[in-house]
Design a protein around this ligand. Structure first.
Ligand code: TYD
Length: 201
């Protein structure tokens, strides 16, 4: 059978992490089935407990990333009429991003996670759509975060914990390539054909 998947620019690989909250809740199977149902192909999969060094590499302290995360927090604080200085002692997005990064590292290393590389047409955007927005409170029903969580940014920060938002999904192609190879070795990523590809592509 001709492999229509090869040579297409829009076929991408992306990384999903089933975070400690979902592993502990027994949601691994349900979450994986969401991705399989839309026809995405699992090309790598493993359960792993990240050590601090790997987690630090995964959540690397890129200035833009820190500022983006912090800005998301600030936007919600503004919408809800809350004062970020109360929880963070600062309203500088980068400083807030740094604090959240530390919470993320502590949380992701607290228990095993399940890491998956998914392949499919525009898989990065597709997976982010299935996952839903960062804050479970704002993620619509039908999305993974909307269906399996309900926590708000305000509640998480007030308790000085990371948002329990079920999964991580790479944001863009550059991040996906970097993140995949923080977690997986090249030989752990498989290239194979499924019978259903004939009807999906
Ligand atoms: P981000 O990259 O903005 O979101 P996404 O996971 O949707 O790409 O943020 C990374 C993680 O940081 C996010 O999954 C959960 C955590 N986070 C908090 O714990 N509190 C916050 O206020 C924000 C904005 C993020």
């Amino acid at each position: 059978m001709e492999n229509k998947m090869s040579g297409k620019d829009l076929v991408q690989k992306t990384l999903v992490l089933i975070k400690p909250d979902s592993v502990k809740r027994g949601l691994i199977g349900e979450i994986i089935s969401r991705f399989e149902k839309v026809g995405l192909k699992i090309v790598a999969l493993k359960m792993v407990k990240l050590d601090k060094k790997t987690a630090e590499e995964f959540y690397y302290s890129d200035e833009n990333w820190l500022a983006t995360v912090g800005s998301k927090t600030l936007t919600r604080y503004r919408e809800m009429g809350l004062d970020p200085k109360k929880e963070f002692n600062t309203d500088d997005p980068k400083e807030i991003g740094k604090i959240i990064r530390q919470w993320l590292i502590d949380f992701i290393t607290s228990a095993p996670i399940v890491a998956i590389v998914l392949e499919g047409v525009n898989s990065i955007e597709e997976v982010r759509k299935l996952v839903g927005s960062t804050e479970p409170l704002k993620a619509p029903p039908g999305t993974i975060r909307g269906d399996y969580a309900h926590m708000s940014i305000a509640y998480a920060n007030w308790n000085k914990i990371v948002l329990r938002n079920v999964v991580h999904a790479s944001e863009n192609e550059k991040d996906a390539m970097r993140e995949i190879f923080v977690i997986f070795k090249l030989e752990e990523i498989y290239n194979y054909t499924r019978n259903i590809e004939e009807v999906i592509y």
